[in-house]
Write a protein that binds this ligand. Structure first.
Ligand SMILES: Cc1cc2nc3c(=O)[nH]c(=O)nc-3n(C[C@H](O)[C@H](O)[C@H](O)COP(=O)(O)OP(=O)(O)OC[C@H]3O[C@@H](n4cnc5c(N)ncnc54)[C@H](O)[C@@H]3O)c2cc1C
Length: 369
């Protein structure tokens, strides 16, 4: 039987999930003087996927007071994208002429640790290594039971934030329905490089999906192959599949002579578009991937997680001060952004017409479906 800790701590807002969205919400609430805590199932941040932070992330980083975190030497400057899409020509887009200059190639695990550390220096409380066992209605707010290794902690709050990422597990527990728009998966692994390469991201479409390559600071390269669930190979066939897909490319195939890939090093993870039917309900709101998860082709994920955390923090503060329309405004902001993203995404995939008969492109928002 789990041992009940005697503490019954009260916070105005309990944020479940300590990724970029959860920490951005917590920092915003802190700045507004609203008591809050973060709960994360991991004892310390785990390795997340996605390291490209485009230049347009800079305003939200500044707004949250965390611009200096990404300027640490562990992160690289990111100068642009090399893209082969819609033709076999490789086109380079440099960020130099853009309003915000270069972006960042994050050391993602280091960044997640920086976020926790920074929140703690702002007197933030993280219940790390705790899962949510129960949520019940308590007055106008919620009673929450956390559990870790047979130890229960009881919290009460006026408001809950679901920042659990793509799983959106808290919103679903509270009655929201998650809608998956597609079944895209990423097959991701790291290769050692035998010589340095430019700090650009490479994106290359191939008949069965598309490749993404991003250089890391330790002379390694993160590679991801994006395809649909139905095309994912069985266990034991992953290596051959990945090598075949690398050979089907023009630029990515140049990295084939890097060190031999071990199957266990290929991680297969969901990487499509999803959203909740309602991003908020009675004294709860979803932020980041929990509210809307984006296709990584967009590079929206981290920026949008930070921005939705910022807007949700502002909306919660207004809501708690009696302005009930605040959550409607939050919903409007994130649903409008999601709608604009969907239109751009569909048009972007439709630009690729070289393999319109292949399963991936036929089922990827083509004119035929
Ligand atoms: C293959 C791939 C490539 C990507 N590439 C990029 C990219 O290049 N650039 C980009 O900007 N974005 C990219 N993304 C997206 C980006 O990583 C996410 O959008 C971002 O991490 C979302 O932040 P979040 O805080 O909403 O969720 P997460 O970062 O997923 O954080 C959720 C947190 O909640 C915790 N948690 C989950 N369930 C519970 C629970 N029940 N109780 C307590 N804690 C819980 C987890 O431990 C985790 O810390 C990529 C995504 C994928 C899948």
């Amino acid at each position: 039987m789990a041992k009940d800790s005697s503490s019954n701590e009260k916070y105005s807002v309990v944020i479940i999930g300590g990724g970029p969205a959860g920490i951005a919400t917590a920092l915003t609430l802190n700045a507004l003087g609203i008591s809050n805590c973060v709960v994360d199932a991991q004892a310390s941040p785990n390795r997340k996927y996605g390291e490209a932070l485009p230049p347009n992330a800079k305003p939200v980083l500044k707004q949250l007071g965390i611009q200096s975190l990404v300027e640490h030497n562990n992160h690289l400057s990111y100068y642009g994208n090399q893209t082969s899409w819609g033709s076999n020509q490789m086109n380079t887009k440099e960020f130099i002429s853009e309003l915000h200059g270069s972006g960042y190639l994050l050391d993602r695990l280091f960044f997640e640790n920086q976020l926790w550390e920074y929140y703690r220096t702002q007197n933030g409380k993280i219940f790390n290594g705790f899962k949510v066992k129960e949520i019940e209605k308590k007055g106008h707010g919620h009673g929450i039971v956390l559990n870790s290794h047979n130890n229960n902690i009881h919290l009460s709050s006026d408001f809950i934030v679901d920042a659990t990422g793509r799983k959106a597990s808290i919103s679903q527990k509270l009655g929201a329905v998650k809608k998956e728009l597609d079944t895209q998966f990423a097959m991701t692994f790291t290769l050692e490089l035998n010589k340095p390469i430019t700090r650009n991201i490479i994106i290359e479409s191939v008949p069965n999906g598309w490749w993404y390559a991003s250089p890391n600071s330790n002379q390694t390269l993160t590679l991801m192959f994006f395809t649909l669930k139905k095309m994912i190979p069985k266990k034991g066939e992953v290596n051959d599949f990945v090598e075949k897909e690398m050979k089907s490319s023009t630029t990515i195939s140049n990295f084939l002579n890097a060190s031999k890939l071990k199957e266990t090093e290929v991680k297969i993870i969901p990487a499509g578009t999803s959203r909740l039917d309602q991003p908020y309900g009675s004294n709860w709101v979803a932020v980041g991937d929990a509210a809307c998860a984006y296709d990584p082709i967009s590079s929206y994920g981290i920026t949008s997680a930070l921005a939705s955390g910022y807007y949700a923090g502002q909306a919660i503060a207004s809501h708690l001060s009696g302005k009930k329309e605040a959550m409607i405004s939050y919903r409007y902001i994130i649903e409008n952004a999601f709608q604009a993203y969907c239109e751009k995404l569909i048009n972007h995939y439709r630009e690729e017409k070289q393999w319109s008969e292949s399963y991936y492109w036929k089922n990827r928002f083509s004119d035929k479906n």
